[in-house]
Design a protein around this ligand. Sequence first.
Ligand SMILES: Cc1ncc(COP(=O)(O)O)c(C=O)c1O
Length: 399
Amino acid sequence: MAGYKLPRRLHGVEAEAAFAVLAAAKKVEATGRRVAHLEIGDAGYDTPEHIKEAAIRALREGKTHYTPTTGIPELRQAIAESVKKDYGVEIDWEKNVVVANGCKQAILASMLSILEEGDEVLYPNPGYPEYEAAARFAGAKPIPYRLTIEDEFKIDVNRIAELITSRTRLVVINTPHNPCGSIMRREDVKALVELSEDHGFYILSDEIYRPFLYNGEKHHSPLSIKGSLDRLIIADGFSKRYAMTGWRIGYALIPEELMTTVFKLLNVMTSCPSSISQWAALAALTGPQEPVYEMQRGYERRRDIAVKLLSEVDGIRFAKAKGSFYMMIDVSKLLNKLKMDTERFVMMLIEKYGVAFLHGTALGSYGEGYIRMSFSVSEDHIIDGLEKFKRAANEILSS
Ligand SMILES: Cc1ncc(COP(=O)(O)O)c(C=O)c1O
């Protein structure tokens, strides 16, 4: 493409690498070999029937037209109701709730609405890649704060505090965490809220995995600690909670002063979210919640199987997930033996052993030396994949 020049603002904006790994795995599968998929960030269950039925009903009733940009009032009201129940905080559906095409879009629009060129955004690394990409989109400066295995990948507020400057505009947190499976403790969330009040930065708290906590752990949100959305954005959605990743429907809770701008951004980007998905999401929120509890129990069982099998693999380290459906595995010892980087290692595991993970560098620079496993997949994939991984580790260590 002669003469094409990438706009400077988009330098460093990367697409999610998970899709490249999936393509490599599909190539191996096309030769007739089986690949265990532990790289996937998708829900491991099908969308519950009553939600599908609501979508079909919406179609039949002709609810197939544009809706208001930030969502149908029924859904926004139901979200506000659920916030009252889950967080004990009263919010206003017209002033504080925006529905978007997935939590990802809600994050992008919210970040664009507050960031000025040159502003600094602190974000977890390893972490969900959207935070860094959205900061770059906005012309802001993404500054990673590191999560380490020695700390069980906990978000450490002291580390965040060291990075705060007069340009810090936003601090992003994610609990339960993708890809580390860690959760934030109440005292850390509270300390961050205090820092935000002292320094005047916004917090964006991505809580999309909040139903998936294990061993009776509790979710701690800055919203319930603060009791208001003052300088606080909560990103959430239906993708994981109701196994609706392909429906592209999510939302953000935002302070009132951002509403006009977020409205404009969403309007410019997509006019409105899918009408059918919105009616389905309304049924998800207002219908029986038993399917969510069932998924939570299912993921906990899968995590326990994964932890048991990973404990039998030599030459690696990992931290047991407390939430979400991922774990980061330190494979640096195996990489040193092979003199290989993480990305090549992942490709080698797919091609030679038939098991796919996501390379940690897809989740930030501090992911080098790590691979992410997802335990949202069926038990069969977990068992097959981790047996193959164990064999690979044994062969590498004894070579
Ligand atoms: C931490 C985190 N936030 C947000 C999202 C995006 O969710 P959605 O499918 O609703 O856009 C994901 C998806 O993997 C995620 O892991």
